[in-house]
Design a protein around this ligand. Structure first.
Ligand SMILES: [Zn+2]
Length: 263
């Protein structure tokens, strides 16, 4: 492909991703404040003033406004900017990974940018507000199922086993601990991950989530920010989201690799 065209494609993907990131920021905030998600003008999170179009441009507005509201001068949360940048970067990475590196289909590219966008919503929702919204999980589960089934040829049996393992694993813990170790949101997310990843990648995702979660808990203990009793209180959703991203690309390979060690 011509170099100029390649640069334009990457730039457009980055802008598209950053806009989705901006939309996700607003969606997470509105969902948490029980506001209308669509058909409402953007406003300052502090003073509620409606924003003009030029205060709403992903990445640039934050830089231009130097991270503060023009009227009330209060700080716009930095993760707004970080997330816009991250989503732009993510879309570029997915394009490169799926279409250039794996030489895979446009359907897989489309599926992955949709699924990863859902994961960013789940990540921020759980990290900031400690909830995994059912209104996000169930549409995400259905969309993932349709992509896998109709366009990517993932066997339904693989997804069903994924649900049994992903949902079952968390449901047992939920039942045994009566919701103290993990929340109902984690069970729902286990079901969603099972559909998305299928078997055996779901197994790899669960291992990775516990590995990341355990690693973070140890870091927090060392830095003495948390005590043992409180360490159980870390939201698990963000680790599940990160592990799902990883497992979408490396889940099946890692399981096969582990099996080959014993074979
Ligand atoms: Zn303001």
């Amino acid at each position: 492909m011509e170099q100029g065209l390649t640069i334009i494609i990457y730039a457009l993907l980055f802008i598209f991703g950053a806009s989705i990131g901006s939309f996700i920021n607003c969606l997470v905030w509105r969902q948490n404040n029980n506001m209308k998600v669509v058909n409402a003008r953007s406003q300052c999170v502090h003073c509620g003033r409606q924003l003009s179009w030029w205060e709403n441009v992903p990445i640039f507005s934050f830089l231009f406004l130097r991270g503060r509201c023009r009227t009330c001068k209060k700080k716009i949360p930095a993760y707004y900017f970080v997330n816009e940048f991250f989503c732009g970067f993510l879309f570029v990475c997915v394009y490169w990974t799926i279409l250039i590196h794996f030489q895979d289909s446009w359907w897989r590219f489309a599926r992955d940018i949709v699924l990863l966008s859902f994961l960013v919503v789940i990540f921020f929702g759980d990290m900031l507000y400690r909830v995994i919204w059912p209104i996000v999980i169930w549409p995400a589960t259905i969309i993932g199922f349709l992509f896998n089934w109709l366009f990517l040829g993932v066997p339904i049996s693989s997804m069903l086993i994924g649900v049994a393992i992903g949902g079952g694993f968390f449901l047992v813990q939920y039942a045994v601990s009566r919701g103290r170790w993990i929340g109902g949101g984690d069970v729902r997310m286990g079901v969603m991950m099972g559909v998305w990843l299928g078997f055996p990648a779901i197994v790899a995702a669960i291992f990775m989530a516990y590995f990341l979660g355990g690693f973070a808990a140890i870091l927090l203990l060392i830095s003495k920010k948390k005590k043992w009793s409180a360490s159980a209180q870390i939201a698990f959703g963000p680790f599940l989201a990160l592990a799902t991203i990883w497992a979408l690309y490396h889940g099946e390979k890692s399981i096969n690799w582990i099996i080959s060690l014993f074979g």
